[in-house]
Design a protein around this ligand. Structure first.
Ligand code: HAM
Length: 414
């Protein structure tokens, strides 16, 4: 038997209700904030990610799914959504459309990581990107959006972490300070950090092993230029006004190279090691670096698998869908009539399922109960003759004969 690929999951059964809930609520919240959906391809030129996410990042160095297509092009399965959206923004000349352009997206991403709880090779993100606003108001809005969205799902164990990693003007001084600090501790660093010391010094701060060293390291907020400092202060003030509680996390540098100024993550208390359900920040230089006109931008992405795990950890269940109907045939002679009635009900907007197994009435009732139907309509010969329906409430067991035309109000009314 051929099994699924390591690090991928099939999503079915009871899980689907959770996924739908998570995705649909996100669409509602994003639209409430004025964001529009964008869908970009899963396949992109590998170079797009090398140039945006960064050559020295874990994602590009060891996690991308890359292959050569039949035309000899180097293609990647996207490891994240931002780069493709920036490419689309540039390719379609969206600067012309005015600012801001605000997008939301949902879709699968791929990273060749070591699978564990909350970490997969095919995973799914939902996220937003805002183009055209240099203001901290845009950062505050998208952080608030993420936080309110998680709250609207019922999640409580949330912690918002924010930081500023400065801009190309002030960051080099900070990196120097970090280099000086770590140069005294080089011998004791873990193997990964020895490499990062040379290639990507900021990443030493989020090492899971050398945590104490990172805790005492110089802090980027102390090295910000005056513009970056004002931006960060504006952001923290605005978040306070919006009622979003946060902590300033000096070690929050993020694993992708495109960030400038704001970085943030939302962590969930019930997830164990992979506790970031959401991460993002500002990337003011990426549009230009990828060949577009200089355009400030900011955004975040959240892992749907982790949101689902968080909902389970907090025992939050989506509101049950209840307005569905099962239409049962009391005997074989009325089967065709049942099919017609079900069609009529669907055209009235009432979701209706019928038996396709030629089963007895009692077997149909068992099936309807197992699938959690709230109402079953039973049609027998006498119902057909009198243009009536028997409506059974599966919760109370109460059963009533009603005229066909009253069905919609009876079902929707309770
Ligand atoms: P990221 O931090 O790499 O950022 O990913 C965002 C979120 O995706 C993580 O917080 C996590 O919830 C989820 N995630 C990442 N990798 C995995 C995995 N292997 N398995 C399960 N979930 C995962 C980005 O991708 C940026 N594009 C975010 C962004 C948007 N920044 C600006 N705009």
């Amino acid at each position: 038997m051929i099994r699924r690929i390591k690090g991928t999951e099939d999503i079915y059964g009871g899980e689907i209700a959770l996924w739908r809930f998570v995705e649909q609520r996100f669409i509602e919240v994003a639209q409430h904030y004025g964001y529009e959906e964008i869908r970009t391809p899963i396949l992109e030129h590998a170079d797009l990610f090398v140039r945006s996410v960064g050559e020295d990042t874990d994602i590009v160095r060891k996690e991308m799914y890359i292959f050569e297509d039949r035309g000899g092009r180097k293609i990647a399965l996207r490891p994240e959504g931002t780069a493709g959206i920036v490419r689309a923004y540039i390719e379609h000349g969206m600067t012309r459309l005015g600012s801001p352009q605000k997008f939301f997206y949902i879709g699968p991403m791929f990273r060749y990581e070591k699978p564990q709880a909350g970490r997969q090779r095919q995973f799914h993100q939902l996220g937003v990107e805002i183009f055209g606003s240099p203001s901290h108001t845009a950062d505050a809005e998208m952080i608030a959006l993420a936080f309110r969205y998680f709250q609207s799902l019922g999640l409580e164990k949330l912690a918002v972490h924010i930081n500023s990693i400065g801009c190309p003007k002030c960051r080099p001084t900070y990196k120097e300070a970090l280099k000086r600090y770590y140069s005294n501790h080089l011998e004791g660093l873990c193997d990964d950090c020895k490499v990062r010391y040379r290639s990507n010094i900021l990443r030493l701060l989020d090492c899971k092993i050398d945590t104490e060293l990172a805790e005492n390291a110089p802090r980027s907020v102390d090295f910000l230029c005056s513009e970056c400092k004002a931006h960060f202060n504006g952001l923290t003030e605005e978040l306070r006004k919006l009622g979003v509680e946060f902590v300033v996390d000096h070690r929050l540098v993020r694993g992708l190279d495109y960030y400038t100024r704001t970085t943030f993550e939302i962590k969930h208390g019930g997830l164990g090691a992979q506790d970031a359900i959401c991460g993002g920040g500002r990337y003011d230089n990426l549009v230009e670096e990828l060949g577009g006109r200089s355009t400030p931008a900011t955004g975040f992405a959240a892992g749907i698998e982790r949101i689902v795990l968080a909902l389970k950890a907090e025992r939050k269940v989506p509101p049950a869908e209840e307005k569905r109907l099962f239409v049962a045939a009391a005997d074989a002679s009325v089967r065709e009539r049942v099919l017609q009635i079900a069609e009529q009900l669907r055209s009235l907007g009432l979701a209706s399922e019928v038996d396709v197994m030629d089963r007895s009435l009692s077997a149909q009732m068992k099936y309807a109960a197992r699938k959690g139907y709230r109402h079953v309509i039973i049609i027998g010969e006498s119902e057909v003759e009198s243009d009536t329906l028997t409506l059974r409430d599966m919760r109370t067991g109460e059963q009533r004969r009603i005229p066909q035309e009253r069905l919609k109000e009876e079902v929707l009314g309770n």
